[in-house]
Write a protein that binds this ligand. Structure first.
Ligand code: SF4
Ligand code: SF4
Ligand code: SF4
Ligand code: FES
Length: 1005
């Protein structure tokens, strides 16, 4: 870590400086000396089990043999990494391992990628004479994702520790003892009954062929596969992954330790959901509608027709971009819309749900984006508030890293969520406000901070505007502890503790010491906020039991909240959080900040590139002046005037189509028929049918494409070059792994071809050149180029372990915007000196008094349910529905319910239930499996929905739309026992509201 002092170690005669306490193994690796190892993995606690990493170090009695992975380096220590004695030791260990290891390499999944094989060769062990009678155990399926062949296990414990320490799942354990010791799910359970997330990290770290994945089963040797380093296409964490391809198919996803900001870690989607690329259902040729049928056409026929029909409709056209497209593609698309069609009718599916929260950040601070970055957050934040949906599900690897550093560095985590979420397991405090009362809760916390004089007065005076009005607005009865506690249901002393933890960077919980939690369900929280408690807490705060602000301030605190998922916080809550961050000086510092997590891999990039009806690229508002400026930048001639009037967003486009005002649509990489922004599928489809012309460009046939006039087969992200911008503002490369499938073409190629036909000056169609144009047009990207994004930056991510330091250097290839020129190394932390507002100061917003949300009271006989994803589905499911891997590991939908409600309704644990949702008309019921536990408050429920339901169940979709648009946070549901689950296998899924539109017949040429 940066704070540890350095020591000098002499390794094989070479001096190397490392932080005091660094393991000898890590110090060796720093100078490129790889010591053989089975059980060590940088960042995991030293285990010292295999002894393969033995080296000699200087000691009082001369050179002694030690395990390098668990011996901390000390100043002046001399290390010998190889000599006869060491070789003999390692040879002995290999012989011992070989004694009962089957030599079945030719049929082993790890053949060619196995440490036992490598070290056997290196240390001359190719089978031993005195083989021990084998304890033969048949290979087994641990879960739909993970297989185990225990005969091959070297009992290194990497899988168990990775699952516990890195993923936080604790789904694996050693069972039995001694030579009988083996890996299994604990307590005789199946892995499916544990918190296993099917992330596959246990398989990734297994050094031999003991763990493998049926999903990634290649039947192709690893060394045949070409490995392409790229960025995951699912959520916005932006994990670096390596796609293994052979014969133009993607076979597996692998990672490398310390690769990318994700440190070689992925979730289930990154690991197992990339097989959609190989799906037989891929669109592979252009289709045009003739005599009511979609029939194959040549590319030229299709492109000419599209250009002709779009040109005929010009600004009566709506264009939908996609957060799955690269920056280069989205940039080109909006340019063709604006220059070629003269319209600002450009949007993408899913933006509406996130826009308000991002916009308020823009208004208050300058940029509608995250202020800080993940690496600083996990290394430097003293206190982390997570609020909204469960980041363990929405942004899995982000949460894996937070939980890991929280446990190692004793960070303080405050979870604000009406329901128990996985992060509660590591939280110091869980506040469970009634759904929809988060804004009030945050204002009450801010008032505690102000009353206790924990605010940063210098920061407020020097760097903000509107602080006086804001502080005055907090002095309102609504925000008193008593009233806030009554309305939110959060005990007053929990509000006080959360406020202190945040304001002091995790240094203090305030006047009252929190009880130590012994179990997640014992976390300090309850719904019994009483007046006595509130009074006592308020008195304590006001009675001068104050913490002194240390010189240099408290450690930084940060706030993290997903904008995806089904339980997002409101714009007003984001404003309240930003105010609280400004109040405590927690913006503009490493490890601090306000950090919204957008949903898709390239949502932020789509915003940056101007796929919004109100903004040109780089967040220039659409005004006449800016329109003229863009014309000049884009070299548009007089026939291509750019509009200075805001365009239509997606919902408005569909409404305009319904009214006959919009005549054409060009839909790229999205499926509005299943969009949450337009929940009534049938009505959306009827509206789209009224268009004179509809062209859909996608990799699969979908419900919208099925009614289109032209369908253009696009290539997947694995078949093209480009960049994505992750939720942190980090621009990263997407690299081509395989050739385009069939005659499909990358979106940038298709868009450029249509643009050219519309007379738009498009740069050469290579993404590299498009990015060069982006750098000229968008100042935030001024210094971003492919060449710079292909350069590796080494980022220190050393981890202090108990009594030692695990030395880690992440290999990251990225630039964080603003990156305005070639000499600019990017901006990991925004607003260090000034805000990007007109005055250079942050704009605080006064709090407005509010009333309790009426929706928090359930109608008679109903429960108020929040909805949430498990890990698996993604948006409308266009990709994830076509992933065999994801469908295979996805569990049943779950209804989490309190035991008293369950008893009242006659529901048994783990039993099928039928759920109907009030207010969604006569939509299908939802079937789920009950999960009874009392972390769910009485009267409430949590419905964990599935891939099938998220996109295709009309009740769920309508309910999700209600939640995302009218400010409500929960819906009334009615639950009754069901005789059985009526869930169909994913392969048989049909869209509920649209009929069997996927089963279209294509005529041969
Ligand atoms: S798949 Fe992931 S969560 Fe499941 S056992 Fe392996 S490491 Fe643990
Ligand atoms: S299954 Fe693999 S990772 Fe786990 S203990 Fe055995 S060899 Fe090690
Ligand atoms: S966390 Fe997000 S970016 Fe990372 S592997 Fe999972 S889905 Fe992909
Ligand atoms: S790697 Fe050091 S004991 Fe196993």
């Amino acid at each position: 870590m940066a704070d540890a002092k350095d020591v000098t170690v002499i390794i094989d005669g070479i001096k190397v400086q490392v932080p005091d306490g660094t393991y000898v193994w890590d110090a060796c690796r720093k100078i490129g000396v790889e010591i053989p190892n089975f059980c060590y993995l940088p960042g995991l606690r030293a285990f010292g089990a295999c002894r393969m990493c033995v080296v000699e170090v200087s000691g009082r009695k001369g050179f002694e043999l030690v395990t390098s992975c668990s011996t901390p380096a000390t100043d002046g220590m001399e290390v010998r990494t190889i000599n006869d004695r060491i070789w003999q030791q390692r040879n002995m260990i290999m012989e011992a391992l070989d004694t009962d290891h089957p030599i079945d390499c030719p049929i082993c999944e790890a053949n060619g990628d196995c440490r036992l094989q490598d070290y056997g060769y290196e240390y001359g062990v190719t089978g031993v004479d005195n083989r021990r009678p084998k304890i033969v155990r048949p290979a087994e399926r641990l879960s739909p994702a993970v297989d185990i062949d225990r005969d091959r296990c070297v009992v290194c414990g990497r899988c168990v520790r990775e699952c516990d320490e890195v993923v936080g799942a604790v789904a694996l354990a050693f069972v039995e003892r001694g030579v009988e010791s083996l890996i299994d799910a604990p307590f005789g359970k199946s892995l499916l009954e544990t918190p296993c997330t099917s992330c596959g990290m246990c398989v990734e770290v297994c050094p031999v062929g003991a763990l493998s994945s049926r999903i990634n089963l290649t039947l192709e040797h690893h060394w045949w596969q070409r490995k392409t380093e790229t960025t995951c296409t699912y959520c916005s964490v932006g994990c670096t992954i390596k796609l293994g391809s052979y014969r133009n198919q993607i076979y597996e996803v692998r990672t490398d330790d310390m690769l990318g900001l994700n440190d070689g870690v992925t979730c289930v989607k990154g690991r197992f959901a990339m097989d959609f690329v190989n799906s037989n259902s891929r669109l592979s040729r252009p289709l045009v509608r003739r005599d009511g049928q979609l029939v194959p056409a040549t590319w030229d026929e299709a492109l000419d027709l599209v250009a002709e029909r779009l040109a005929a409709n010009k600004d009566a056209t709506g264009v939908l971009a996609s957060p799955k497209l690269t920056n280069e593609e989205n940039y080109l698309l909006q340019k063709v819309a604006r220059v070629g069609l003269g319209t600002n009718n450009i949007d993408y599916d899913g933006r509406a749900g996130e826009a308000a929260s991002l916009e308020v950040l823009g208004e208050m601070l300058g940029y509608p984006a995250q202020t800080n970055n993940l690496i600083d957050t996990r290394q430097k934040s003293g206190c982390i508030i997570t609020i909204g949906d469960s980041i363990y599900e929405t942004h899995p690897v982000y949460s894996y890293q937070l939980q890991r550093m929280t446990r190692l560095l004793d960070k303080k985590v405050v979870v604000i969520s009406p329901r128990w979420v996985k992060m509660c397991e590591w939280a110091t405090l869980w506040l469970a406000p009634k759904p929809g009362t988060e804004e009030l809760l945050v204002h009450a916390m801010a008032r505690v901070i102000a009353d206790a004089e924990l605010q940063d007065a210098n920061y407020l005076n020097g760097r903000t505007e509107g602080s006086k009005a804001y502080l005055e607005s907090l002095v309102n009865d609504t925000f008193s502890l008593e009233e806030a506690s009554r309305q939110t249901g959060v005990p007053a002393n929990d509000i006080v503790a959360a406020a202190y933890l945040y304001a002091t960077g995790g240094q203090s919980t305030g006047p009252e010491k929190l009880p130590e939690p012994t179990h997640p369900s014992d976390l300090p929280t309850s719904r019994n906020g009483s007046k006595e408690k509130a009074d006592a807490a308020e008195k304590a705060v006001l009675s001068g039991q104050q913490i002194q602000r240390p010189e240099g301030g408290f450690p930084p605190s940060t706030i993290v909240f997903p904008l995806s998922g089904t339980y997002t916080i409101s714009r007003q809550t984001v404003a309240a959080l930003t105010n609280m961050a400004l109040l405590t000086g927690n913006i503009g510092r490493a490890g601090a900040g306000v950090n919204p997590l957008v949903s898709d891999s390239n949502c932020l990039g789509a915003n940056d590139m101007g796929c919004m009806p109100g903004y040109f690229p780089g967040y220039r508002p659409v005004t006449a002046d800016n329109a003229r400026e863009m014309e000049a930048l884009w070299g548009a001639d007089e026939d291509h005037e750019i509009s200075g009037a805001p365009g239509l967003d997606m919902a408005a486009m569909i409404a305009a189509a319904e009214q006959g005002q919009l005549k054409a649509m060009w839909v790229v990489g999205s499926n509005p028929a299943l969009s949450l922004d337009a929940p009534d599928s049938q009505r959306t489809l009827e509206s789209l049918k009224k268009l004179d012309f509809l062209v859909v460009q996608d990799i699969f046939m979908n419900e919208t494409a099925a009614i289109a006039d032209v369908v253009l087969p696009a290539s997947s992200y694995a078949e093209k070059e480009g960049t994505y911008t992750n939720t942190e503002r980090r621009v990263q490369r997407v690299r081509q792994s395989i050739q385009p499938v069939g005659v499909s073409k990358p979106d940038h190629h298709i868009i450029a071809e249509i643009g050219k036909r519309l007379g738009v000056p498009v740069p050469a169609v290579q993404p590299k050149e498009v990015l060069e144009e982006i750098a000229r047009v968008v100042p935030l990207y001024g210094g971003v180029s492919f060449a710079r994004l292909d350069m590796t930056e080494f980022v220190d991510d050393s981890i202090p372990m108990p009594a030692a330091v695990s030395y880690k250097q992440l290999k990251v290839k990225s630039l964080m915007w603003p990156c305005t020129g070639r000499l600019d190394s990017g901006t990991p932390v925004l607003y260090k000196d000034t805000f990007a507002t007109a005055s250079g100061k942050a704009q605080m917003m006064a709090a407005t008094a509010m009333k309790a949300q009426p929706e928090t009271t359930a109608p008679d006989g109903a429960l108020m349910a929040t909805l949430g994803f498990p890990l698996f589905p993604f948006r409308t499911g266009t990709l994830s529905r076509h992933s065999f891997g994801l469908n295979r590991v996805e569990p049943d939908p779950r209804l989490h319910i309190n035991s008293r409600d369950a008893a009242r309704l006659g529901i048994n644990d783990q039993a099928p239930v039928q759920v109907t949702i009030d207010g969604v008309g006569d939509a299908d019921p939802v079937y789920a499996v009950s999960l009874i536990y009392d972390r769910v408050p009485e009267g409430q429920a949590f419905l964990a929905i599935t891939l099938e339901q998220s996109g295709l169940n009309s009740a769920i979709r309508t309910a999700r739309h209600m939640l995302s648009t009218d400010g409500r946070k929960s819906v009334p549901i009615r639950v009754q026992p069901a005789p059985h689950m009526s869930r169909r296998p994913a392969s048989e899924l049909q869209p509920a509201a649209t009929g069997n539109v996927l089963d279209i017949k294509v005529q041969p040429l």
